[in-house]
Design a protein around this ligand. Sequence first.
Ligand code: G6P
Ligand code: MN
Length: 385
Amino acid sequence: FKEQFPELDFSYTTDIKEAYEGMDFVFMQMRAGGLPMRAKDEHIPLSMGLIGQETCGAGGMAYGLRSCVDMIKAVHDIRNYAPEAWILNYSNPAAIVAEALRREFPDDKKILNICDQPENVVRSCSRLLGCDWENLDPVYFGLNHYGWFTNIYDIKTGEDLLPKLRELIKKNGFLPQDAEQRDQSWLDTYGMVETLMNDFPDFLPNTYDQYYLYPDYVVEHSNKEYTRANEVMDGREKRVFGAAADIVAKQTAKDCGFSTDTHAAYIVDLACAIAFNTKERMLLIVSNDGAIINFDPTAMVEIPCIVGNEGAEPLKMGEIPQFQKGLMEQQVSVEKLCVEAWIEGSYQKMWQALTLSKTVPSAKVAKEILDDLIEANKGYWPELK
Ligand code: G6P
Ligand code: MN
């Protein structure tokens, strides 16, 4: 900061009062239990032949209960010292966290939950189309990590580029915009968009849809002894901490190799839209409230919103098709039951949540996995009775 933004006042603290008091914006991203617990979220379901993913399926639900505990405490702390602050939240699993925050802070319009993945997919489209991603204007609906693009408009001409993209994906496959910086597992994930798009050609899918629509394929191609968490701990985590240690040793950040990605840019764009009242269209996770007419009004959905200094104004999305509606109804019930399990400390509700997940084959398997997850999450989960 001193080198690149000398005009910035920078300070850091682990003191809650000092951190939050008088803040205008709070950016949140916590990982309850850290990467070692992520490894368990992924490993435990995979070792039973089920999807093991940090946000989807049984692992995501385990992480969800941990996040409910830590996030709700943190947001109460923030509200205690900064009742008016905008809270912009990336913490995962964002779908479950958003529902928990809706239940705990029902009238708080200044908590906004976000995810960078739809924007990542839009940027991938720009790579395929050979255009600037800022010229693309997406229309999207779904739950967090479970959604579809209905249109990708060219901002200048108004043309819907989705038909063209469908053909390009068929011909060239699908790669992240920053493919050269990605691990193989992410390239595989983006690669599955081609399959999803060929089999369900109406809309362009979010990359996370693969976990619900092709769980058998994904499990077959996963290594339960070496999951994404292991890849992150051996790769990105070492690189980032190594680069940071290097900066400290050399006392300069010149040529340090850090660069800005979508995840960083998106949350800053959101803060700017609020601070400067830009009224731009951004995809956010908000209470449905009739935006999708034929869907639960109390569901937290991911849809386009106009963002300005009053916050987020969701666009009216109209009706969604039966297929996506059915998938979303099942999954939103899973998410709501997880949050109810946390609120009530209910074993039964968590068992129901797992039973209802599209990634779990039966109530019997759901119970087995729940008992394993309770054991693995001792000290993190509320007690379930
Ligand atoms: C995307 C998702 C995030 C998720 C991240 C995981 O950015 O939107 O919700 O946390 O991927 O990435 P990683 O590289 O840690 O597997
Ligand atoms: Mn996300």
